[in-house]
Design a protein around this ligand. Structure first.
Ligand SMILES: NC(=O)C1=CN([C@@H]2O[C@H](COP(=O)(O)OP(=O)(O)OC[C@H]3O[C@@H](n4cnc5c(N)ncnc54)[C@H](OP(=O)(O)O)[C@@H]3O)[C@@H](O)[C@H]2O)C=CC1
Ligand SMILES: CC(C)(CO)C(=O)C(=O)O
Length: 306
């Protein structure tokens, strides 16, 4: 059987790791603050796709204790990526594959520097997951994971095989043969909603949509993201703007992951979700004034918080 390690076992890592383990996969979790609770109570999922408990859990405090695995799933915030160089080597053998489920841009590139681009995959999670207490994840909406290879393989996609394993574990998943476009497609949501939830001082998505001014800003930022993607050769249908706004209405008072980090005083994934997309947009010559203004407002909020 193939061994899997979850690096960053928060909302996303606990949820997908537990689903895979419940389907018989050999999953080890690298845990920090949740270690004791998970050892005692296991991982508990309350989910629109069915509640579940994983117990016992293969729980570890260090990568060295886990040892080499066949697949590493990275699900910590991009703000922890500087630790890749120390955490990943003990988990790798010569063919270990890596899947990042992180939001934003720049994560695959960091992994590719360590193991080479052909072993890296990216997954975009169109899902609402919150870790409500240690080892306990609530999954309130959505569920699809779009998985693609960072470097299009000459034959036999690793990502396609992984999609099959995710689906068999009760995780809706689809394969993308264009990971870069899929990443920008995900940013169409994260850039405005995660961003304005911080820029407006820590507010939920229902409040952003209830205010005509912020709602119109959401549309404008989404337009910029789609324009930036196009300048980089990634075509996104502008109809996704209405689709995403309607989908978000169904999430009620949702707290985007970056907004939770902001209100709880933790580091925010600013580089991955705003700075790097903006840098790439400008390099490609895209006119993105709303993305730019939003990034400045977030920086201002983060400065005030210090
Ligand atoms: N939540 C969601 O619905 C979605 C999130 N995403 C993306 O997925 C990624 C993960 O998000 P999410 O699960 O919400 O984040 P969480 O904050 O819930 O989880 C991050 C986890 O990483 C762990 N971690 C951080 N640093 C280390 C370290 N040095 N060693 C071991 N563990 C560490 C944290 O441990 P500790 O608890 O000890 O700090 C925590 O368990 C992000 O990129 C996010 O943008 C994408 C789509 C949806
Ligand atoms: C957009 C969403 C809710 C998943 O669809 C997400 O990525 C987040 O909360 O960060």
């Amino acid at each position: 059987m193939k061994r899997i390690a979850i690096v960053g076992a928060g909302a996303v890592g606990l949820y997908y790791g537990a689903r895979l383990a419940l389907n018989g996969e050999d999953v080890s979790f690298l845990l920090r603050s949740d270690y004791e609770a998970v050892e005692e109570q296991g991982i508990r999922l309350e989910s629109v796709h069915g509640d579940a408990v994983l117990k016992p859990v293969k729980a570890f405090r260090t990568a060295e204790e886990i040892g080499p695995v066949d697949l590493i799933i990275v699900a910590w915030k991009a703000t922890a990526n500087d630790l890749f160089e120390s955490v990943l080597p003990p988990l790798c053998h010569e063919e270990t594959q890596l899947l990042t489920l992180q939001n934003g841009l720049g994560n695959c590139e960091r992994l590719a520097e360590i193991v080479g681009p052909e072993r890296v995959m990216g997954g975009l999670c169109f899902v609402c997951l919150n870790r409500l207490s240690e080892g306990f994840v609530k999954h309130t909406a959505g569920g699809k994971v779009t998985i693609g290879d960072w470097l299009a393989p000459p034959a036999g996609s690793k990502a396609e095989e992984l999609v099959r394993r995710f689906k068999s574990a009760n995780i809706p998943a689809e394969f993308s043969d264009d990971l870069k476009t899929a990443q920008w497609r995900k940013l169409v949501w994260n850039t405005p909603f995660n961003g304005l939830s911080i820029a407006e001082g820590g507010v939920t998505t229902d409040r952003l949509l209830a205010d005509p001014e912020t709602k119109s800003e959401i549309r404008a930022v989404m337009g910029d993201v789609i324009r930036a993607a196009r300048a980089l050769g990634c075509e996104i249908d502008p109809a996704v703007v209405d689709f995403e706004i309607d989908r978000t209405k169904g999430m009620d008072a949702y707290r985007p992951s970056s907004m939770i980090d902001y209100v709880e005083g933790r580091e925010v994934e600013f580089d991955a979700i705003w700075a790097e997309p903006l840098r790439q947009a400008k390099l490609a010559g895209a006119d993105v004034p709303h993305m730019e203004a939003l990034a400045s407002r977030i920086q201002e909020r983060l400065r005030e918080r210090r």
